[in-house]
Ligand binder design. Structure first.
Ligand SMILES: Cc1cc2nc3c(=O)[nH]c(=O)nc-3n(C[C@H](O)[C@H](O)[C@H](O)COP(=O)(O)OP(=O)(O)OC[C@H]3O[C@@H](n4cnc5c(N)ncnc54)[C@H](O)[C@@H]3O)c2cc1C
Length: 460
């Protein structure tokens, strides 16, 4: 499935001119990947007056950022505060919780600041509970997050139906801070802002080799050589073998989406009539929104086919009609997919495996709010050669030290655990994929074997 299949291509602002790299280059900061993370990082670095260049294998926004659901959900996918505290430790918990819950407001403020034309609207997010037991958990957790300032409102089944037009939900939680953006426009707008601030962006410029000689990083970018003092890896679900072991630090999953033709008012009227977005509590989560142009978008989890395409649309079409019976007979004009990256602890990871090499990834299907914030901070971290920004949020009094082992097992380092203040030795964390796999198989999303994904943690 090609990028042009994404509905966003229809309504996006035009792309900036980002020519492929045509000569050897020396920069202070090199960024790999032109999605939310890489571009927001580049913007911050450029605004700090530092020389920065972004290298993207395909088009700008070719990864998840230009294919996303564009939902701005102001919350990490950590079920409850205790989970986040367990993942990052007491010292960083408050900062990270604050950053996460503020992320939607921060994003909309940033969009306003740079005047990005991305159909931004902060009209709220409904998370709908699919059964009584999900309701109990979700309402309990909402109250726990409210103690940290989340501002969630609990609503009953009638209110869910009234706000969203969705059937079959027993209750819900609303965040008025949530909202939606046109994700391809947002990413292109970020590229424009970064270029205006002085960043160079080179699309169709894959980074195929990365090695450190002394204090300088040497990169092979297409046919050219690039030298940089600091390299920021912003490749999330598209992470390749560029940095040994990084790829296996996350679990890539395929998320799929589809959009209808322009619906008439009789059909569209009851659907998300006040402009909220909706996602639900099922393990095989769905997420939906309506467009200013009258289309309805429906997304969920899919899978990669043996031929490299994406599957899961058949199930999604049935589910869309089950949830929104009024969609029966609607024409689905666009179908597309992209890769998200899961982490064992459901929080994003920041790694600094070697001096001047920083990787931020593992957004667990979020990004509209959190990733942009993280990207900025990763970028700021890159400037000084020592972690700042994100560091301030998580580990102010600690220098990152997450060595990579040459082992084929992959990444020997688990950012947040390392940051959380655990001391020497190695710990093994079993990725809780069992439940995900069960969910996938139950929903006939086959694909994954019963592999256990193990991340080994070394804190030096
Ligand atoms: C279908 C879908 C729906 C989603 N819905 C939502 C949503 O509603 N709300 C939300 O908050 N989040 C959502 N997400 C998640 C969110 O989009 C991602 O977390 C976010 O976009 C990740 O941004 P990123 O910049 O880190 O990575 P990406 O946008 O994936 O960018 C990584 C880039 O790195 C490039 N790259 C990789 N290797 C190299 C290399 N060696 N050299 C050069 N370039 C390289 C890739 O080409 C890619 O463009 C969704 C994701 C998908 C796929």
């Amino acid at each position: 499935m090609s990028h042009t299949d994404a509905f966003w291509q229809v309504t996006a602002i035009p792309p900036e001119d980002t020519p492929p790299l045509a000569q050897d280059l020396k920069v202070d900061v090199a960024v790999v990947g032109a999605g939310f993370t890489g571009l927001r990082a580049a913007l911050d670095v450029a605004e700090a007056g530092t020389n920065v260049a972004v290298f993207e294998a395909g088009d700008v926004a070719q990864g998840a950022s230009g294919r996303s659901g564009g939902q701005v959900n102001p919350m990490l996918p950590c079920p409850q505060p205790a989970d986040l505290r367990k993942a990052v430790g007491d010292t960083y918990f408050e900062r990270m919780a604050h950053m996460s819950l503020r992320s939607a407001d921060d994003l909309f403020e940033m969009i306003e600041k740079y005047q990005i034309q991305c159909q931004a609207r902060q009209k709220g997010w409904v998370r709908a509970d699919h059964c009584k037991s999900a309701q109990a958990v979700s309402h309990r957790n909402a109250k726990l997050w409210n103690a940290h300032g989340a501002g969630f409102e609990l609503i009953d089944s009638t209110q869910v139906r009234d706000l969203t037009g969705a059937h079959g939900y027993v209750s819900g939680v609303v965040s008025q801070r949530g909202g939606a953006v046109q994700p391809l426009s947002l990413t292109r707008g970020l590229a424009k802002a970064a270029i205006s601030a002085g960043a160079a962006i080179h699309s169709h410029s894959p980074v195929t080799k990365l090695e450190r000689k002394g204090t300088t990083w040497h990169m092979q970018v297409g046919q050219h050589r690039v030298q940089a003092k600091t390299v920021i890896i912003a490749t999330n679900g598209y992470t390749d073998a560029l940095v040994g072991g990084l790829k296996t630090s996350v679990m890539p999953l395929t998320s799929v989406q589809m959009s209808t033709n322009v619906l008439d008012e009789a059909r569209l009227g009851p659907l998300l009539r006040k402009g909220h977005t909706i996602s639900d509590t099922r393990r095989m989560i769905i997420y939906c929104r309506r467009e200013p142009g009258g289309q309805f978008l429906f997304g969920g989890m899919g899978f990669r086919t043996p031929l490299g395409g994406a599957g899961g649309f058949g199930w999604m079409m049935k589910d869309a009609v089950a949830r929104f019976p009024i969609l029966k007979g609607a024409t689905w004009t666009h179908q597309w997919s992209g890769r998200i990256a899961l982490t064992p602890d459901r929080v994003p990871h920041l790694h600094e495996p070697e001096p001047g090499l920083i990787a931020g990834l593992g957004y667990n299907g979020r990004g509209g709010g959190d990733v942009v914030g993280d990207g900025a901070r990763n970028g700021a971290a890159g400037v000084g050669g020592s972690p700042r920004g994100f560091a301030d949020a998580h580990h102010q009094d600690r220098t990152l030290s997450v060595p990579i082992a040459a082992s084929s097992r992959g990444w020997t380092g688990h950012g947040m655990a390392a940051l959380s203040g655990r001391t020497r030795g190695a710990q093994r964390t079993t990725y809780g994929l069992g439940r995900i796999i069960t969910g996938l198989i139950r929903k006939q999303y086959v694909v994954l074997s019963s592999q256990r994904f193990v991340t080994r943690v070394h804190t030096a």
